[in-house]
Design a protein around this ligand. Structure first.
Ligand SMILES: NC(=O)c1ccc[n+]([C@@H]2O[C@H](COP(=O)([O-])OP(=O)(O)OC[C@H]3O[C@@H](n4cnc5c(N)ncnc54)[C@H](OP(=O)(O)O)[C@@H]3O)[C@@H](O)[C@H]2O)c1
Length: 260
Protein backbone atom coordinates (compact mmCIF):
# COMPACT_ATOMS: atom_id res chain seq x y z
CA UNK A 1 0.00 0.00 0.00
CA UNK A 2 1.48 3.35 -1.03
CA UNK A 3 0.03 5.51 1.77
CA UNK A 4 1.86 6.27 4.99
CA UNK A 5 -1.38 6.76 6.92
CA UNK A 6 -3.53 3.67 7.54
CA UNK A 7 -6.84 3.88 5.65
CA UNK A 8 -10.07 3.34 7.59
CA UNK A 9 -12.88 0.97 6.62
CA UNK A 10 -16.34 0.89 8.19
CA UNK A 11 -17.69 -2.68 8.18
CA UNK A 12 -21.26 -3.33 9.29
CA UNK A 13 -21.65 -6.67 11.07
CA UNK A 14 -17.87 -6.80 11.36
CA UNK A 15 -17.40 -8.91 14.48
CA UNK A 16 -18.45 -12.32 13.22
CA UNK A 17 -19.02 -14.39 10.11
CA UNK A 18 -18.22 -12.83 6.76
CA UNK A 19 -17.79 -9.36 8.26
CA UNK A 20 -15.10 -10.64 10.64
CA UNK A 21 -13.42 -12.45 7.73
CA UNK A 22 -13.30 -9.14 5.86
CA UNK A 23 -12.05 -7.33 8.98
CA UNK A 24 -9.24 -9.86 9.49
CA UNK A 25 -7.92 -9.58 5.95
CA UNK A 26 -8.18 -5.76 5.91
CA UNK A 27 -6.43 -5.47 9.29
CA UNK A 28 -3.62 -7.74 8.08
CA UNK A 29 -3.21 -5.48 5.04
CA UNK A 30 -2.82 -2.23 6.95
CA UNK A 31 -6.35 -0.95 7.44
CA UNK A 32 -7.87 0.49 10.62
CA UNK A 33 -11.45 -0.54 11.27
CA UNK A 34 -14.76 0.83 12.49
CA UNK A 35 -17.07 -2.09 13.14
CA UNK A 36 -20.84 -2.04 13.56
CA UNK A 37 -23.11 -4.71 14.99
CA UNK A 38 -26.15 -5.38 17.15
CA UNK A 39 -24.45 -6.90 20.19
CA UNK A 40 -23.29 -4.75 23.11
CA UNK A 41 -19.54 -4.04 23.20
CA UNK A 42 -18.65 -6.55 25.98
CA UNK A 43 -19.94 -9.40 23.80
CA UNK A 44 -17.60 -8.60 20.92
CA UNK A 45 -14.44 -8.01 22.96
CA UNK A 46 -12.88 -11.25 21.71
CA UNK A 47 -13.14 -10.34 18.04
CA UNK A 48 -12.14 -6.72 18.60
CA UNK A 49 -9.16 -7.75 20.76
CA UNK A 50 -7.95 -10.23 18.15
CA UNK A 51 -8.06 -7.56 15.44
CA UNK A 52 -6.25 -5.05 17.66
CA UNK A 53 -3.56 -7.64 18.33
CA UNK A 54 -2.88 -7.70 14.60
CA UNK A 55 -1.91 -4.01 14.79
CA UNK A 56 -5.10 -2.26 13.71
CA UNK A 57 -6.90 0.54 15.51
CA UNK A 58 -10.36 -1.00 15.92
CA UNK A 59 -13.43 0.90 17.05
CA UNK A 60 -16.78 -0.78 17.72
CA UNK A 61 -20.21 0.86 17.71
CA UNK A 62 -23.33 -1.11 18.68
CA UNK A 63 -26.53 -0.26 16.85
CA UNK A 64 -29.31 -1.45 14.59
CA UNK A 65 -28.58 -0.75 10.94
CA UNK A 66 -32.33 -0.67 10.29
CA UNK A 67 -32.71 2.47 12.45
CA UNK A 68 -31.83 5.90 11.08
CA UNK A 69 -30.65 7.22 14.45
CA UNK A 70 -28.31 4.25 14.90
CA UNK A 71 -26.88 4.69 11.39
CA UNK A 72 -26.16 8.35 12.15
CA UNK A 73 -24.54 7.45 15.45
CA UNK A 74 -22.35 4.85 13.73
CA UNK A 75 -21.08 7.30 11.12
CA UNK A 76 -20.63 10.18 13.56
CA UNK A 77 -18.76 8.06 16.11
CA UNK A 78 -16.49 6.68 13.36
CA UNK A 79 -15.71 10.17 12.14
CA UNK A 80 -15.08 11.42 15.68
CA UNK A 81 -12.72 8.52 16.44
CA UNK A 82 -10.70 8.41 13.23
CA UNK A 83 -11.30 11.81 11.61
CA UNK A 84 -11.38 10.11 8.21
CA UNK A 85 -13.10 7.30 6.32
CA UNK A 86 -11.88 5.53 3.19
CA UNK A 87 -14.27 2.65 2.67
CA UNK A 88 -17.68 1.29 3.53
CA UNK A 89 -18.46 -2.43 3.55
CA UNK A 90 -22.21 -3.02 3.71
CA UNK A 91 -22.06 -6.52 5.16
CA UNK A 92 -24.65 -6.69 7.96
CA UNK A 93 -27.67 -8.74 7.02
CA UNK A 94 -29.96 -11.42 8.28
CA UNK A 95 -32.05 -14.37 7.22
CA UNK A 96 -35.79 -14.48 7.89
CA UNK A 97 -36.46 -15.61 11.47
CA UNK A 98 -38.29 -18.61 10.02
CA UNK A 99 -37.90 -20.11 6.59
CA UNK A 100 -41.49 -20.15 5.33
CA UNK A 101 -42.97 -21.08 1.98
CA UNK A 102 -43.55 -18.17 -0.39
CA UNK A 103 -47.32 -18.70 -0.14
CA UNK A 104 -47.31 -18.51 3.64
CA UNK A 105 -44.54 -16.10 4.67
CA UNK A 106 -45.77 -13.02 6.48
CA UNK A 107 -45.70 -9.37 5.53
CA UNK A 108 -44.12 -8.69 8.92
CA UNK A 109 -41.16 -10.94 8.08
CA UNK A 110 -40.83 -9.30 4.65
CA UNK A 111 -40.67 -5.82 6.16
CA UNK A 112 -38.34 -6.95 8.93
CA UNK A 113 -35.81 -8.47 6.52
CA UNK A 114 -35.96 -5.59 4.07
CA UNK A 115 -35.42 -2.97 6.77
CA UNK A 116 -32.13 -4.63 7.76
CA UNK A 117 -30.88 -5.96 4.43
CA UNK A 118 -31.98 -3.18 2.09
CA UNK A 119 -33.15 0.01 3.78
CA UNK A 120 -30.23 -0.08 6.24
CA UNK A 121 -27.34 -0.30 3.77
CA UNK A 122 -29.10 1.90 1.19
CA UNK A 123 -29.47 4.82 3.57
CA UNK A 124 -26.14 4.21 5.31
CA UNK A 125 -24.47 4.47 1.91
CA UNK A 126 -26.40 7.66 1.16
CA UNK A 127 -24.98 9.11 4.36
CA UNK A 128 -21.40 7.87 3.92
CA UNK A 129 -20.94 8.55 0.20
CA UNK A 130 -20.38 12.34 0.48
CA UNK A 131 -17.66 11.65 3.08
CA UNK A 132 -15.91 9.26 0.71
CA UNK A 133 -16.12 11.80 -2.11
CA UNK A 134 -14.50 14.38 0.18
CA UNK A 135 -11.86 11.84 1.19
CA UNK A 136 -11.04 11.10 -2.45
CA UNK A 137 -10.61 14.83 -3.17
CA UNK A 138 -8.57 15.51 -0.04
CA UNK A 139 -6.23 12.52 -0.40
CA UNK A 140 -6.27 11.23 -4.00
CA UNK A 141 -3.48 8.75 -3.26
CA UNK A 142 -5.44 6.88 -0.59
CA UNK A 143 -7.79 3.99 -1.38
CA UNK A 144 -11.55 4.61 -1.35
CA UNK A 145 -14.51 2.45 -2.20
CA UNK A 146 -17.81 0.87 -1.27
CA UNK A 147 -18.61 -2.84 -1.23
CA UNK A 148 -22.12 -4.23 -0.98
CA UNK A 149 -22.16 -7.81 0.29
CA UNK A 150 -25.24 -9.04 -1.55
CA UNK A 151 -25.61 -12.77 -2.30
CA UNK A 152 -26.11 -15.31 -5.04
CA UNK A 153 -29.70 -14.94 -3.80
CA UNK A 154 -29.86 -11.65 -5.73
CA UNK A 155 -30.62 -13.85 -8.75
CA UNK A 156 -30.94 -17.47 -7.51
CA UNK A 157 -34.38 -18.37 -6.24
CA UNK A 158 -35.18 -19.96 -2.84
CA UNK A 159 -38.99 -20.07 -2.48
CA UNK A 160 -38.68 -20.75 1.26
CA UNK A 161 -37.02 -17.37 1.95
CA UNK A 162 -38.46 -15.05 -0.67
CA UNK A 163 -38.04 -11.91 1.44
CA UNK A 164 -34.28 -12.59 1.69
CA UNK A 165 -33.98 -13.02 -2.09
CA UNK A 166 -35.97 -9.83 -2.73
CA UNK A 167 -33.80 -7.92 -0.25
CA UNK A 168 -30.62 -9.05 -2.01
CA UNK A 169 -31.99 -8.31 -5.50
CA UNK A 170 -32.84 -4.82 -4.25
CA UNK A 171 -29.40 -4.43 -2.69
CA UNK A 172 -27.77 -5.41 -5.99
CA UNK A 173 -29.67 -2.58 -7.67
CA UNK A 174 -28.55 -0.24 -4.88
CA UNK A 175 -24.94 -1.18 -5.67
CA UNK A 176 -25.50 -0.40 -9.36
CA UNK A 177 -27.15 2.91 -8.54
CA UNK A 178 -24.39 4.10 -6.23
CA UNK A 179 -21.74 2.88 -8.69
CA UNK A 180 -23.11 5.10 -11.44
CA UNK A 181 -23.77 8.07 -9.17
CA UNK A 182 -20.25 8.02 -7.66
CA UNK A 183 -18.18 7.00 -10.70
CA UNK A 184 -17.27 10.52 -11.77
CA UNK A 185 -16.27 11.30 -8.17
CA UNK A 186 -13.71 8.50 -8.27
CA UNK A 187 -15.42 6.29 -5.67
CA UNK A 188 -15.74 2.72 -6.99
CA UNK A 189 -18.66 0.56 -5.88
CA UNK A 190 -18.78 -3.24 -6.08
CA UNK A 191 -21.43 -5.92 -5.63
CA UNK A 192 -19.79 -8.95 -3.98
CA UNK A 193 -22.00 -12.04 -4.07
CA UNK A 194 -21.06 -14.84 -1.65
CA UNK A 195 -22.41 -18.31 -2.25
CA UNK A 196 -22.72 -20.79 0.62
CA UNK A 197 -20.37 -19.57 3.34
CA UNK A 198 -19.78 -21.28 6.71
CA UNK A 199 -21.02 -18.80 9.34
CA UNK A 200 -23.60 -18.61 12.14
CA UNK A 201 -26.19 -17.69 9.49
CA UNK A 202 -25.81 -21.02 7.72
CA UNK A 203 -25.14 -23.13 10.84
CA UNK A 204 -28.83 -24.08 11.08
CA UNK A 205 -28.78 -25.59 7.58
CA UNK A 206 -25.30 -27.09 7.76
CA UNK A 207 -26.27 -30.74 7.38
CA UNK A 208 -28.61 -30.07 4.47
CA UNK A 209 -25.90 -28.10 2.64
CA UNK A 210 -23.21 -30.67 3.47
CA UNK A 211 -25.35 -33.16 1.59
CA UNK A 212 -26.15 -30.83 -1.30
CA UNK A 213 -22.46 -29.96 -1.70
CA UNK A 214 -21.59 -33.68 -1.67
CA UNK A 215 -24.24 -34.07 -4.39
CA UNK A 216 -22.54 -31.45 -6.60
CA UNK A 217 -24.33 -28.17 -5.78
CA UNK A 218 -21.07 -26.19 -5.84
CA UNK A 219 -18.62 -26.82 -8.70
CA UNK A 220 -15.62 -26.15 -6.40
CA UNK A 221 -16.95 -28.86 -4.09
CA UNK A 222 -16.67 -27.09 -0.73
CA UNK A 223 -18.21 -24.53 1.59
CA UNK A 224 -16.91 -21.00 1.21
CA UNK A 225 -15.14 -19.32 4.13
CA UNK A 226 -15.35 -15.76 5.47
CA UNK A 227 -11.69 -15.42 4.47
CA UNK A 228 -12.57 -16.19 0.83
CA UNK A 229 -14.86 -13.16 0.86
CA UNK A 230 -12.36 -11.10 2.87
CA UNK A 231 -9.62 -11.57 0.31
CA UNK A 232 -11.89 -10.43 -2.50
CA UNK A 233 -13.08 -7.35 -0.61
CA UNK A 234 -9.50 -6.42 0.34
CA UNK A 235 -8.37 -6.63 -3.30
CA UNK A 236 -11.29 -4.45 -4.41
CA UNK A 237 -10.72 -1.82 -1.72
CA UNK A 238 -6.96 -1.72 -2.28
CA UNK A 239 -7.63 -0.54 -5.83
CA UNK A 240 -6.26 -3.73 -7.38
CA UNK A 241 -9.31 -4.04 -9.64
CA UNK A 242 -9.37 -0.64 -11.36
CA UNK A 243 -11.81 0.67 -13.99
CA UNK A 244 -14.40 -1.86 -12.82
CA UNK A 245 -16.93 0.12 -10.77
CA UNK A 246 -20.38 -1.45 -10.75
CA UNK A 247 -18.99 -4.94 -11.24
CA UNK A 248 -20.65 -8.00 -9.77
CA UNK A 249 -18.09 -10.40 -8.29
CA UNK A 250 -19.14 -13.88 -7.24
CA UNK A 251 -17.33 -15.57 -4.35
CA UNK A 252 -19.27 -18.81 -4.64
CA UNK A 253 -17.09 -21.61 -6.04
CA UNK A 254 -19.02 -21.46 -9.31
CA UNK A 255 -22.45 -21.92 -7.71
CA UNK A 256 -24.16 -19.22 -9.77
CA UNK A 257 -22.88 -20.44 -13.15
CA UNK A 258 -25.89 -21.80 -15.07
CA UNK A 259 -25.39 -25.50 -15.77
CA UNK A 260 -27.08 -28.04 -17.97
N1 LIG B 1 -23.35 -17.04 5.08
C1 LIG B 1 -23.70 -17.12 3.81
O1 LIG B 1 -23.75 -18.23 3.22
C2 LIG B 1 -24.02 -15.88 3.02
C3 LIG B 1 -24.17 -16.01 1.64
C4 LIG B 1 -24.44 -14.88 0.87
C5 LIG B 1 -24.55 -13.66 1.49
N2 LIG B 1 -24.41 -13.55 2.83
C6 LIG B 1 -24.54 -12.22 3.41
O2 LIG B 1 -23.34 -11.89 4.07
C7 LIG B 1 -23.62 -11.00 5.16
C8 LIG B 1 -23.00 -11.56 6.43
O3 LIG B 1 -23.60 -12.82 6.68
P1 LIG B 1 -23.00 -13.88 7.71
O4 LIG B 1 -23.23 -15.21 7.13
O5 LIG B 1 -21.66 -13.47 8.14
O6 LIG B 1 -24.07 -13.71 8.90
P2 LIG B 1 -23.90 -13.78 10.49
O7 LIG B 1 -22.82 -14.69 10.87
O8 LIG B 1 -25.29 -14.02 10.98
O9 LIG B 1 -23.47 -12.28 10.87
C9 LIG B 1 -24.32 -11.21 10.57
C10 LIG B 1 -23.71 -9.92 11.06
O10 LIG B 1 -24.60 -8.85 10.73
C11 LIG B 1 -24.90 -8.13 11.92
N3 LIG B 1 -26.28 -7.66 11.88
C12 LIG B 1 -27.40 -8.39 11.61
N4 LIG B 1 -28.47 -7.62 11.69
C13 LIG B 1 -28.04 -6.38 12.02
C14 LIG B 1 -28.68 -5.14 12.25
N5 LIG B 1 -30.01 -5.01 12.18
N6 LIG B 1 -27.92 -4.06 12.57
C15 LIG B 1 -26.57 -4.18 12.67
N7 LIG B 1 -25.91 -5.32 12.45
C16 LIG B 1 -26.65 -6.40 12.15
C17 LIG B 1 -24.70 -9.11 13.06
O11 LIG B 1 -24.44 -8.37 14.23
P3 LIG B 1 -24.23 -9.13 15.66
O12 LIG B 1 -22.95 -9.90 15.53
O13 LIG B 1 -24.14 -8.04 16.64
O14 LIG B 1 -25.43 -10.01 15.83
C18 LIG B 1 -23.53 -9.91 12.56
O15 LIG B 1 -22.31 -9.28 12.90
C19 LIG B 1 -25.14 -10.86 5.22
O16 LIG B 1 -25.53 -9.70 4.54
C20 LIG B 1 -25.62 -12.09 4.47
O17 LIG B 1 -26.89 -11.90 3.92
C21 LIG B 1 -24.14 -14.63 3.63
Amino acid sequence: MSTTRRPVALITGGTRGIGLGIARVLASRGWDLALGGMRPAPEVEGAVGELRDSGADVFYVAGDIAKAADRSALVDATEAHFGRLNALVNNAGRAPRVRADLLEATEESFEDVLRTNLNGPYFLTQRVAPRLVRQRRAAPGEPVGIVFVTSVSATMVSPNRGEYCVSKAGLAMAASLFAVRLAADGVPVFDVRPGVIATDMTATVKEAYDQRIADGLIPSGRWGTPEDVGKMVAALLAGDVPYATGSVIHVDGGLAVPRL
